[in-house]
Ligand binder design. Sequence first.
Ligand code: M1P
Length: 243
Amino acid sequence: MQRIFMFDIDGTLTPARQRMAEEFIKFFLTFCKDNTVYLVTGSDHSKVLEQVPDEVLGLTSGVFTCSGNQYWEGESLVYEKEFKAPEKLFTYLKDKAEYSVCPVKTSRHIEERTGMMNFSTIGRNCTQEQREDYYHWDREAGERKQIRDWVKHMFPEIDCVIGGQISVDIYPMGCDKSQAIRYVKEKHDNAPITFFGDRLKPGGNDFPVYSAMNQESCAPLDIATPVENWQETMRILQEVYND
Ligand code: M1P
């Protein structure tokens, strides 16, 4: 049975919130022509269009956005889910943005997306340099881990995970990237999947993929491959999967 390849985008195919590198595009176009490829991201569709060139998207079988709460085939929206966050959660997040001691604050702290929300104390309108600074600060300060733990504690029906560099993703429990795995499994008659992601550890936004793959209904040949960056993704694809 033909193997299906699924890829996270930020940190796996591209640097966080940046466009795919030319060197990788060239290689990946050929890879997509020879293989069945899906993309799975926490980001929304407009960000995917900024980061992944049309020629690559045109060669994929589908793109799961908003953590699998929205699914696209080409320019057609196949399905989408809704999420109405509790008022108390909004209040907490607004307070957190106001009283956070992170070094810089900009704006757009809460981004409501289809089926989920994204929260960032520094704000999504930060510059690339501010984004890098926050990422390094947060690695020491652990602010996002603390926000994640609080949300999960206060709202047992809601999940909160760390995705990229500056934010957390929040959605109803189970409405995560595992949805993409289940959808593809059903569509391709339980074909084996190889997934690449930079956040496959518990608490990361790719971890639900790993969990879904370890359920009995999934093929034993599924592989979740952790990577540090797109360079590592490209290297593994070249070394292991380039026949
Ligand atoms: O795809 C990974 C993450 O990319 C962005 O994260 P950040 O802006 O923090 O680097 C966000 O779109 C986030 O939702 C997404 O999970």
